[in-house]
Write a protein that binds this ligand. Structure first.
Ligand code: AMP
Ligand code: DBH
Length: 522
């Protein structure tokens, strides 16, 4: 099992340090610093639980000792599957302080995905919490499949031992990619690069000790984690409020009760909040900034945010691999409603290229490639994906089609075949693989269809062998041990795929043709 690494060429690393992007801080180190500066300030609120920075540090140190006392060692990977509860923080800061690497997963992930993450990362443990869903039982199933996952940890705490010195230039954790082809890839991020991304994000969003961030989306997502998210807020000495779910019915009372000043949502949720706000009895006036990202927020909806919610909109276009763009607080209303912002860093290099690799002029759509001080140069242990996704000179091929104008980016679409379902990226290929395991499916192609509520929904075109029903197929997907959001929203039976008999059409072209036909008929 190879240890996760992430390196930039020496001259780049030297420049990123010289310019003060990489400051040699660690995840555990910044928590120490905040706890020393303002021990009594409130760091985390979750229901009746309120932890000061001193409380959070004490619990995190106890967790670090706990991991070490189990026999886990610095450098070991530990899967984290914890919903939006306070316990998320000691679980992950404990790992950071022990020099171990969290492997983040979503609460929606099930045994097939977790087993893949466990194998791929070489994780020796998984940390979960008690919740309405039985995450311990799920972890046991994964353990039965991947025995190297030795420890199922529910309450990491232990007697004081020596904590290791952690190297800020090393990988701090593995984040998961949405996955455009096949299974999710693991993204190794270093302390230096990740801290830069959320420290700069916190500055762009003007966060300070008085800021209160509502974690409405699942915190393991890169967006609520770091753009500026929970880590940006804690870095700034502010307060994080955990929302068990992002519905207006849950979130609005929390905004009122805790004086929430900022949050982040995917577009379908932003629309839901805008619809619910005029009717709510809860005072939302503390909310100053709403970040919207993960999928394209249409200008018409963007223009209504201020009236509906009484706060400023910030568009956020980011990716777990690195690059994050924001509209700025002092941008014009047009820029804020019509673009997805500009990069965080002056050293984010952005290329917009045609399909032959030639730069296109401003105002013309092209493929977005990027490299910079917080964008990875390689995925974990995946030479094939690395060859596809990175140019020889280290640019990451985002797969997004954008227009650049005055340095601002507007997302036009994407080159790849993934579906962006309410901000969750779903690989068509991954779903097709599961469908092909069904005894009565001869072939399947999965495409995205525009959807009023989700932005995009998944549609599976299926050539049956026998007489399966759509309900059966969806039920079958649920038995595959995958996140519920991967179950096709729609199943369409077709007798054949045109042109495939001669084998001349690529799957990519096939998906495009099926999608076009579907849109024509609706
Ligand atoms: P992931 O690689 O799973 O972290 O997903 C990142 C992808 O989400 C980006 O490459 C975009 O395709 C999409 N995305 C994120 N934010 C936005 C946005 N504001 N507008 C349009 N697409 C977005
Ligand atoms: O969709 C994303 O992955 C995303 C969106 C906004 C992201 O990773 C981010 C901001 O950091």
């Amino acid at each position: 099992m190879t240890d996760p690494i992430q390196t930039w060429p020496e001259d780049f690393a030297a420049r990123y340090r010289e310019k003060g992007y990489w400051r040699g801080e660690t995840m555990g180190g910044f928590l120490h610093a905040r706890a020393a500066e303002s021990p009594d300030a409130v760091a985390v609120v979750d229901g009746a639980t309120r932890w000061s920075y001193a409380d959070l540090l004490a619990r995190s140190e106890s967790a670090a000792h706990g991991y070490l006392s189990l026999g886990l060692a610095p450098g070991d990977r530990v899967i984290v599957q914890i919903p939006n509860v306070a316990a998320f923080f000691p679980a992950v800061f404990g790992l950071f302080l022990a020099g171990m690497l969290p492997v983040y997963t979503l609460p929606a992930h099930r045994e097939t995905e977790l087993a893949h993450f466990a194998r791929k990362s070489g994780a020796k443990g998984i940390v979960v919490t008690d919740a309405a869903f039985d995450y311990v039982a799920l972890a046991r199933k994964v353990q039965a499949e991947v025995p190297t996952l030795r420890h199922i940890i529910t309450d990491p705490s232990g007697p004081a031992t020596h904590l290791p010195k952690v190297d800020p230039s090393r990988v701090a954790f593995l984040q998961i990619s949405g996955g455009s082809t096949g299974l999710s890839k693991l993204i190794p991020r270093t302390h230096d690069d990740y801290i830069y991304s959320f420290r700069a994000s916190a500055e762009i969003c003007a966060l300070g000790p008085e800021s209160v961030y509502l974690a409405a989306l699942p915190v393991a997502h890169n967006f609520p984690m770091s753009s500026p998210g929970v880590f940006g807020t804690l870095y700034a000495g502010g307060t994080v409020v955990m929302a068990p779910d992002p519905s207006p019915g849950t979130a609005f009372p929390l905004i009122k009760a805790h004086g929430v000043t900022i949050t982040g949502l995917v577009p379908p949720l932003a629309l839901l909040w805008m619809q619910a706000a005029p009717k709510t009895a809860h005072d939302l006036s503390s909310l100053k900034l709403l970040g919207v990202g993960g999928a394209k927020f249409l200008p018409e909806a963007a223009a209504r945010v201020r009236d509906a919610l009484g706060c400023q909109l910030q568009q956020v276009f980011g990716m777990a691999e690195g690059l994050v763009n924001y509209t700025r607080l002092d941008d014009s209303e047009d820029t804020i409603t019509q673009t997805q912002g500009r990069p965080i860093s002056p050293d984010d290099e952005v290329l917009v290229l045609d399909d032959d690799g030639t730069p296109v002029p401003d105002g013309t759509p092209g493929n977005l490639l990027t490299r910079g001080p917080y964008t990875i140069r390689a995925y974990h242990s995946d030479p094939a994906a690395n060859a596809r996704s990175f140019t020889p000179d280290g640019f990451y091929r985002t797969g997004d089609i954008v227009i650049r104008q005055n340095g601002y980016l507007t997302v036009q679409g994407r080159a790849g075949d993934h579906i962006n379902r309410a901000g969750e990226k779903i690989s068509a290929e991954e779903i097709e693989d599961h469908l092909l395991a069904h005894p009565q499916i001869f072939d399947a192609a999965v495409v995205s269809i525009p959807d009023k509520h989700l932005g995009e929904r998944t549609c599976a075109f299926v050539i049956p062998e026998g007489t399966p029903t759509a309900t059966e197929i969806r039920a079958f997907m649920r038995t595959r041990g995958v996140a519920d959001f991967k179950v096709p929203d729609q199943v369409v039976f077709v007798p054949e795929f045109e042109n495939t008999a001669v084998g001349k059409i690529s799957r990519k072209a096939l998906r495009a043709a099926l999608r076009a036909k579907m849109l024509e008929n609706t």
